[in-house]
Ligand binder design. Structure first.
Ligand code: ADP
Ligand code: SF4
Length: 698
């Protein structure tokens, strides 16, 4: 069982009228399922409760159509029709003795109301944060009274749905109570604007009215931003952020603390350590007697103990660590903290919500698949055959496949060409800022060490003949991919004609330590992290670096992983020149030719080298060689040869672990037929408006 050192994490803590059984608290987090995939959301939350979290919350829950944030799929309690979906989540959470929390929210001027077409409203009139040509109106007194009534009605519905913890949400700049609080958003001159006593009025009213409505049996916490990270121009820990908490000190049943906007709250590991918020939140417990929860990508139980012992937090809040490992608390409780599947801070989970996609996770391939595919993060069915499996390639896909097949009880051979396990999850963590990503490899290597039925062969580059000679029945090719040298990606769909190949490099060359002479152009038509990371590495080596990209931003897709602003800022600060909306069109004689992505007009940059961060090519020669020898398979005992991960088509590390896991789950299934391979929920049809449709005639 657990070490006594961790006992403190398993103490019960009272939150108003309810009691949490331990200090593990899954704070609200979005998941791209929400009201559009309610059973998926419910099953995902239920698994967290099963994994030992004492409190499991939903994502933000829209209280009213006057603030809809579609197409984001969050929870909804617009009216009673929304209760059953949320009740399903609360029921699932209760099955394992956890408290169910719901984060009621009204998004004020941050709502674009793309579905409801209501005019967004907030404390003052603001333009939308997106580029939508939308502007909000100023809330008058009646609007404020309406908002308070809607919030109360939603709280009562949440109680009927079975929730134990019903939030007032005032964080991330996203919601109306915070927009009233912060002077950067609130320019009112009435009793809801001006002095902080006025700006806090709406939040105070909402807390009091929610407690009046549901506080007899439900806890009413406040999720608040203690520091907007813009100094005294906003809420800050040594200014108004602190004063708000002092004013309301013991009014809510719990304080849930956040810092900055979402991109800071879910700080990517490239830009923040575990526990990064401590300096901002540590004052709170000194000014309130109520319990305090805060987050900070906590994955180490020792850090958690330290937070509680030093009086920083009462509850260890987690979104991402609970996504990467829903069973984190139970692993600590059962004395196996070494088995925690640690979050790597890549924010692929956040990217899902930002792209209106059901949640996924690099580390936990079952995340978001609990209901629709019936996948559990810890249990996997026993093997259905005695087949021996040979996996070739020990990158994220091959490693995940080997671990999951090993857990099912299959005999597995894992052959890796190089001297180390991990593939890209061993190589890329050596690049600047990506060290934590090495946990993809570390977690799986540690799991392999617990599986005597998986044999690992390093320095074993396999040919088709080698494969045929092993006698394995199932062949899994996880040989990964390599970066292209010819410029093909999004802008160029065919190779660039005019390239001096002798000085063209790829990220693989950079990771292999090849010497590159500057000035160097990093041509990024990939748009995820690699272009920015390579530019950073070369610049830190002292080279003159220009990042050229046809996109309007450096590492443009990382907008979705909440990293883009920090990436571009870092590149500029270290002296990388950035040319956006331009594409490489030639490279010869010490010059790179680049063309405007709109007009095509060209100019040249001095360049002794170009690093192509474009598309990748699958390493599929082994697969092709084996296909050419299909007639020999039966004699060699081979039933199937399949590819997984980047060997099928290059993608994210999350796609590779998913692919490896899926193979392991489905190894004995019949090949994919015509059926939809997962459960889904279709919309319920509303009443038919026949008069309108038939031109008013019937
Ligand atoms: P993925 O992300 O799909 O797992 P990676 O590129 O990270 O892909 O990993 C592929 C792994 O396969 C690398 O570690 C590479 O050394 C290994 N590999 C490639 N070809 C062979 C081969 N013929 N035999 C054994 N291992 C191979
Ligand atoms: Fe952590 Fe990445 Fe998983 Fe999100 S996707 S929980 S950041 S490992």
């Amino acid at each position: 069982m657990r070490s006594p050192h961790y006992d403190i994490l398993f103490e019960p803590v009272r939150i108003g009228p309810v009691t949490a059984k331990n200090r593990f608290y899954q704070v609200p987090h979005c998941n791209g399922m929400g009201h559009r995939a309610p059973s998926g959301m419910a099953a995902m939350r239920r698994v967290k409760a099963e994994g030992g979290w004492a409190v499991v919350c939903t994502e933000v829950c829209e209280i009213h159509p006057s603030a809809d944030i579609s197409p984001h799929a969050e929870a909804r309690l617009w009216d009673d029709a929304d209760i059953p979906a949320l009740a399903r989540a609360a029921d699932g959470i209760h099955q394992f003795g956890a408290l169910a929390g719901v984060e009621l929210g009204h998004h004020g001027f941050r709502a674009q109301n793309r579905t409801s077409r209501e005019i967004p409203m907030g404390p003052s009139s603001h333009t939308a944060v997106s580029y939508d040509p939308v502007q909000s109106r100023v809330m008058d007194k009646e609007d404020i009274r309406n908002l308070r009534r809607w919030h109360k009605a939603a709280a009562l519905r949440a109680k009927r749905a079975g929730f134990d913890i019903i939030y007032v949400y005032a964080a991330h700049g996203l919601v109306t109570p915070m927009q009233f609080l912060s002077k950067r958003y609130n320019q009112r001159t009435d009793e809801y604007g001006g002095a902080l006593e006025n700006r806090v009025r709406l939040l105070r009213e909402l807390i009091e009215e929610t407690k009046d409505a549901v506080g007899d049996t439900c806890a009413v916490p406040v999720r608040i931003c203690v520091d907007e990270l813009i100094g005294p121009a906003g809420l800050c820990a040594d200014g108004e952020g602190r004063e708000v908490i002092e004013m309301l000190a013991d009014l809510p049943d719990l304080w849930d603390l956040t810092v900055g906007d979402w991109s800071n709250d879910s700080r990517p590991s490239r830009f923040g350590e575990e526990g990064v918020h401590e300096e901002y939140v540590s004052f709170v417990k000194k000014v309130t007697g109520k319990p305090v929860v805060g987050n900070g990508r906590f994955t180490s139980p020792d850090t958690m103990v330290s937070q509680v012992r030093r009086g920083v937090l009462d509850f260890i809040g987690a979104a991402r660590p609970s996504i990467a490992d829903p069973f984190l608390p139970r692993k600590v409780e059962e004395g196996r903290p070494g088995e925690i599947r640690e979050c790597i801070g890549c924010n692929i989970c956040a990217a899902a919500d930002n792209t209106y996609t059901p949640i996924r996770c690099t580390q936990n391939p079952t995340m978001g698949e609990e209901w629709r595919r019936g996948w559990h993060p810890e249990y996997i069915p026993e093997r259905e055959s005695d087949d021996q499996v040979l996996i070739i390639g020990a990158g994220p896909a091959g490693l995940e496949c080997a671990v999951s097949l090993g857990k099912r009880g299959y005999d597995v051979m894992l052959a890796e060409a190089s001297e180390e396990l991990g593939g890209r999850s061993a190589r890329e963590p050596r690049l600047p800022g990506l060290a934590i990503w090495g946990r993809v490899r570390e977690y799986r290597v540690e799991q392999l060490n617990l599986l005597p039925n998986v044999q690992v062969y390093l320095a074993s580059a396999m040919s088709a003949q080698d494969v045929l000679d092993t006698g394995a029945n199932r062949i899994v090719i996880a040989t990964g991919s390599h970066w292209r040298r010819d410029g093909v990606a999004r802008y160029h769909r065919a190779p660039i004609a005019n390239l001096d190949q002798s000085s063209i490099f790829t990220p693989d060359d950079v990771m292999d330590g090849k010497q590159i002479a500057g000035p160097v152009v990093v041509y990024d038509d990939d748009h995820y992290y690699m272009g920015g990371v390579i530019a950073e590495k070369l610049r830190l080596q002292g080279l003159d670096v220009t990042l050229v990209t046809p996109a309007p931003l450096a590492s443009a897709w990382t907008v979705n992983t909440l990293e883009q602003t920090r990436i571009q800022r870092r590149l500029l600060e270290i002296g990388v020149k950035i040319c956006t909306n331009e594409a490489l069109v030639g490279f010869a004689g010490g010059e790179a030719a680049i063309a405007c992505a709109f007009t095509g007009s060209t100019r040249s940059l001095p360049a002794n080298a170009v690093v192509m961060v474009t598309a990748r090519l699958s390493n599929d020669s082994l697969h092709a060689d084996l296909l050419a020898r299909t007639s020999e398979w039966a004699d060699a005992g081979i039933k199937t040869v399949e590819r997984i991960g980047d060997a099928v088509a290059p993608g994210t590390i999350a796609a590779a672990t998913f692919s490896g896991h899926r193979y392991a789950r489905e190894i004995d299934r019949a090949p994919w037929g015509d059926e939809v391979p997962f459960l889904r929920e279709n919309a319920e049809l509303g009443p038919w408006q026949s008069k309108l449709v038939n031109n008013g005639t019937s």
